[in-house]
Design a protein around this ligand. Structure first.
Ligand code: CA
Length: 229
């Protein structure tokens, strides 16, 4: 469940915000002064902070700055004056949104939901899963650059790995040795298409059960190679 911190010294406003957010299914905590709010925001994990600007003790500007130094928690700043919003923007404190009093509780809830959804998308995109190709007992983790054959990990040189991954990423596509050479080796590389043949041989020794009857990389006589799907 999403946890939200409200830092607000006017208890009636804090209660109203809390009620509406709880009705929407959020777990809400309230801090009634700046010091308590800053401490909670820094030491506990919240999914979002609703931060009033004018607070006794430490004000919203300072809380926002200090939280931003350490955390990415979305912050919605609340102010009684429209002018303050320009000031907050000008200071570049890193708040995610601004709302002026008086506001309708449903507008606040809508903004909270929008920011939580946006933040989750952001987090989600950074922990994207590794891209893995799996074909008949051959498993290639193209992100971690690791290869397993029937659950046994095999080590590959950089070019062997690149060549195997390129072919496996384009199954059933026949490539000439020239095409493979220009795809995997840069133009300054010393070598020729014989390099491709040597690398294919090395890869087969690692992935094939019987190199005379390759089940992954097939030789197309007079043309080149293809990865069998
Ligand atoms: Ca206030």
């Amino acid at each position: 469940m999403n946890r939200i911190l409200i830092v607000e010294d006017e208890e009636a406003i804090a209660d109203l915000e809390k009620d509406y957010l709880e009705l929407s299914g959020f777990k809400v905590e309230v801090a009634n002064d700046g010091e308590a709010g800053l401490l909670k925001a820094l030491t506990e994990d919240y999914n979002l902070v609703i931060l009033d600007l004018m607070l006794p003790g430490v004000d919203g500007f300072e809380i926002c700055r200090k939280v931003r130094d350490e955390k990415n928690t979305p912050i919605i700043m609340v102010s009684a004056k429209k002018d303050d919003i320009d000031k907050i923007r000008g200071l570049g404190l890193g708040a995610d949104d601004y709302i002026t009093k008086p506001f309708s509780p449903s507008e606040l809830v809508a903004r909270v939901k929008a920011h939580l959804a946006r933040y989750e998308r952001l987090i989600g995109s950074t922990v994207e899963e590794n891209k893995v190709i799996e074909i008949r007992g051959l498993k290639i983790d193209t992100t971690a650059r690791r290869v397993w054959v029937n659950d046994e990990e095999k080590t590959f040189t950089t070019k062997e790995f690149d060549l195997l991954t390129f072919l496996a990423s384009h199954p059933n596509h026949v490539y000439t040795k020239d095409e493979l050479f220009s795809e995997i080796w840069d133009m300054e590389s010393i070598g020729d298409i014989a390099t491709v043949t040597v690398h294919i041989k090395k890869i087969r020794e690692k992935v094939e059960f019987d190199t005379s009857k390759p089940q992954y990389i097939e030789t197309i006589w007079g043309v080149g190679y293809r990865f069998k799907m």
